[in-house]
Each structure stands twice: as C-alpha cells, then as structure tokens.
Design a protein around this ligand. Sequence first.
Ligand code: CUA
Length: 348
Amino acid sequence: MSLLHLNRYLLGLATALILFLSGCGGGVQSALNPTGPQALNVSKLWWLMFYVCGVVFVLVLVVTCIAFLRRGERNASPDEKPILHPPEEKEARKRNVVIAATAITTVILFVFLIESFFIGRGLTAELSRKQGISIELTGHQWWWEARYMNVDASNIFTTANEIHIPVGVPVSFRLKSNDVIHSFWVPNLSGKKDLIPGKVATIWLQADQPGLYRGQCAEYCGHQHAHMALLIIAESEQQFEAWTRNQIQSAPTPTSDSQKRGQQVFLSTTCVMCHAIGGTTAASVFGPNLTHVGSRQTIAAATLTNTRDHLSQWVTNSQVVKPGNRMPPNNLSSDDLQAVLDYLQSLQ
Ligand code: CUA
C-alpha cells in the first residue's frame, strides 16, 4: 500500500468514525438520549451490555494476539514432530482456564438474563397502575392512525402521524394493525412493540421534557416501510389541552371564496372515498383523517414538511414521493388545485 493510499484509507476511517459517533448521544430519534422512565430503563440495560461486551471483546482480542505472538516465537521447523503426549500439569492448567472461561461466560449471561427480565417486567407491570391518556394507535401501510380515547364519546377524536402528549403524564397505547405487522418505536421515549393484525398490544410511555421526538415503524412492512414515521410532540399541560380542544372541534368553515371552492372540489371528487373531514360529508376511514391537517408539521407520515409546495406535490401525484402508497394521482385543473390547497391549509 502506497503512502497516498494509506492516507486516504485513514481519512476514510476517521470520517466513518466521526459519522458513527455523531449518530450517538443526541437527536430526536435516539435510544441513547432517553427522555422518559421507559427509555431510561432500556438505556440502562443497553449500557450494561455495552460495557460488559466491550470488556469481553478487548480481552478476547488481547488473548488472540498473545496466542499469535507465542506461535510466532516458537518458529516451528517443517520436520518438527507433533506433540502427542503433552505433560499432564500443562494440560490441567489449560483445562482449568477453559472451565473458568465457561463459568464466567455463564455468570455474565445469567446477569444479562436477570437484568433484562426485571427491566422487561418493570416496563409492563406499571401499566395497570398508571392513569393518564389513552391512545388507540393503528398501523396502516404506510401511516399511523391515532385515536384519542375518552370516557366522554364526544371528546374522542382521530388524527394521523402526529401525536401530542403532555409532559410528565403517562400515555398508554393500544396498538393495532389493519394490514400487516408494523412496529411502534420512539427510541427517546420507549422500547418497541409490534402491531399485529387481529391482536391488541399495549405499551405506555412518558416524556419528562418537552420536545419533539421522532418515531419510526421498526418492522419491515412493505415498499414504503422506511417512510412510515411519526412525530411525538411533548408539551406543557396547558398547550396540550389547547391542542386537544382544537382537535375535538369539527373542521373550520371555509371563509374565502377559494377555500369554499376547494371544499366543493374535495367533496365532489375521489378524495371523499378515503378521507374524513369532521363537519363535512367526507367520512371515510381508509386514509388519514384530514380534519385539522393544516395544523400538522408534516404530511405523508413525516415524509414531507407540511408546506404548500409539498401538499401540491402530494395531491397531484403522491406516487412520485412515495411509490406504492394507496393515494392515486389527481388530475385537477390548476385553479381547482390551488383552491384545494387553500382549503386544506385552512384546516387548522
Ligand atoms: Cu410499518 Cu414498517
């Protein structure tokens, strides 16, 4: 290897290391940045395993190097006779080393087993004692439907891909799927749990600090699995209540002429076959509920930011953005499209 090649190699290695390390420790989607009791427990288990396995890894490397060096020192000649009857005390020493290593390995594995058992039990056991918010989360190819449950049926509402929660309050999720297996994972807040068709799974989490946390489907579920993300927005109790009060309301009535025309276009085309908008005749549940779509930060399961350009792209031909998704292209005239965009953006 020439010096130039070696330099390039080292530079590549250093870049890879920096990129790898920059992925750790922070961010809105990182298990190493726990922001709630559930994620904290999971991260404790992770660090225990990381340190123990790190030490074992280094020890194995050291012992392997020593073995190589010793073999080199002996400088075997081609006509050296194989040792058929090694001295007994040397054999006994080697046997003891193997027995000791096996015993240590067994103890380590048992420590891992016991620790993960208790942490796993802690994650689920507290669910029954917690009183808080309850959300029914349904996985679809490829988006999330969130239904905020309430003892008062008039306070139940449905939204998509963006879940607001109050800080410091436990939130329990009932996880369901309508098609294939998905998996709910918001690394900063909790471990992951599968959404299995025909079954109901439960998980709870709590955010201890306000902020935006990104979650991702963690089970391969088809073509757009990678674009099935969701946002959890943890905010103060007052902010959460204000948000909830707004979400319970029907969609705002269109005010401008353009918004009115947009609503007419929406209600008279294929949009209504999949979407619902509270307070209108659109009441289908195949696609995301759009009652307050204008208030969301992203569209298409956190794939695009919720800007007019992105909405336009999505309404016109979402297949370019997210090939294989269930939304067909829409052939609207330019005026109709602008009106629909005005209307959708007014749905705050
Ligand atoms: Cu849903 Cu992967």
